[in-house]
Design a protein around this ligand. Structure first.
Ligand code: PLP
Ligand code: SF4
Length: 346
């Protein structure tokens, strides 16, 4: 796989704007890397192309707003060790690696992503497997990072074997943006490796943010997972001037549903350093989601959620506003189209 890793190399593909040229890598940015595959999807003539915005850095990233933070979800405070985050009672996140084939400018885990630490060591994997073995309340593990599929098939296989040996029943979520960044990574050998771990399900969690990312090669990658029996879910991030439009999101979620992927989350942008340019005000997000809910089916509609700052956790934002009638006898529920309907409070 070839990548574009410097501004100089990038200039061979795109006419960079002054803001893009002025970007500097610093401790609060993620590195520059764009896969050839993703570059081929970018509209080279459009400096505000929604795909370009996700991967081409700009100097706006070098400025953080006062309410932004490197670790807004307080993952470090919930860490069992450097790689294992236990924030919710019955599930843990294991940071397999900090490396990605392509870095998203909106990445929320920038305290860790692209810090060049590489894959977890055998000691870290074994220690984490020991932790889940002695915590039976943990039912699921998210293998995340970074991008898990930067590991070779054999390293991935070793990692999964260690966790599954400790806990054969452990449900695995494989979190990867490879179906978007480099879909050819999902080949028959990878599928063969994953299929060998059949003592409990493996779910694939991916991140499509724009309908143009769902190209023919991505669809092939998805169909490989699906035909091998792995369910595929999508987590999108609501991003200003990328997908902050109900029609664009409807096209994305209907496109995913049509190839068998269930839209799972639509995340409000986390308050992470250097990402203000991507943030959609919550009020606008709520309105976009309300309109979206009228455009697509329940199956195509993800859950709209905020991961609250200071480690407040994930909170879902619904379409119906709910309050008790002053008498206390009824709930008053506002419908997406603005009506107020009563439901008995018994
Ligand atoms: C989001 C998240 C999870 C998974 O939460 P779900 O709502 O079950 O998808 C698990 N651990 C951490 C640290 C998370 O941020
Ligand atoms: S693929 Fe995920 S971890 Fe990697 S840069 Fe993008 S959002 Fe961050």
């Amino acid at each position: 796989m070839s990548q574009i890793r410097t501004l100089e190399a990038l200039e061979g593909y795109l006419d960079l704007t002054a803001d893009e040229k002025a970007w500097r890598e610093d401790s609060s940015t993620v590195p520059l890397a764009i896969t050839e595959h993703y570059m081929s999807l970018i509209d080279k003539e459009d400096s505000s192309d929604p795909l370009r915005r996700q991967v081409v850095p700009s100097s706006v990233e070098n400025h953080s707003a006062v309410w932004e933070d490197m670790d807004p979800l307080a993952e470090e405070a919930h860490s069992v060790n450097h790689r294992l985050v236990h924030r919710y009672r019955n599930r843990v996140a294991f940071l397999v690696t900090d490396i990605c084939p392509m870095y998203c400018r909106h990445c929320f885990r920038r305290r860790f992503t692209g810090t060049m630490q590489g894959p977890a060591s055998l000691r870290e994997i074994e220690e984490s497997a020991g932790y889940v073995a002695s915590h039976c309340e943990v039912k699921e593990i998210l293998l995340t990072g970074g991008d898990v599929l930067t590991l070779s098939d054999s390293s991935l296989s070793n990692l999964i074997s260690i966790f599954r040996k400790a806990r054969p029943d452990l449900i695995i979520r494989l979190c990867t943006r490879y179906p978007v960044s480099d879909p050819k990574r999902i080949d028959n050998e990878l599928i063969r490796v994953l299929k060998s771990f059949d003592s409990a399900p493996i779910y694939v969690m991916t991140q499509f943010n724009h309908p143009r990312e769902l190209c023919d090669e991505s669809k092939i990658a998805i169909s490989r997972f699906l035909s091998a029996g792995f369910s595929v879910f999508n987590q999108s991030v609501l991003l200003r001037n990328v997908n902050d439009d109900p029609e664009v999101l409807a096209k994305l979620f209907e496109g995913l549903l049509a190839v068998g992927v269930k839209p799972y989350y639509l995340f409000q942008g986390d308050l992470v350093s250097g990402t203000s340019d991507f943030r959609v005000p919550l009020e606008k997000g709520i309105e976009i989601f309300r309109q979206l809910s009228e455009l697509v089916s329940g199956l195509a509609l993800p859950v709209y959620a905020i991961d609250l700052p200071n480690g407040g956790g994930k909170v879902t934002i619904g379409t119906g506003d709910l309050s008790k009638d002053p008498s206390g006898e009824f709930w008053q529920i506002r419908t997406p189209d603005g009506k107020c309907v009563k439901y008995p409070a018994i």
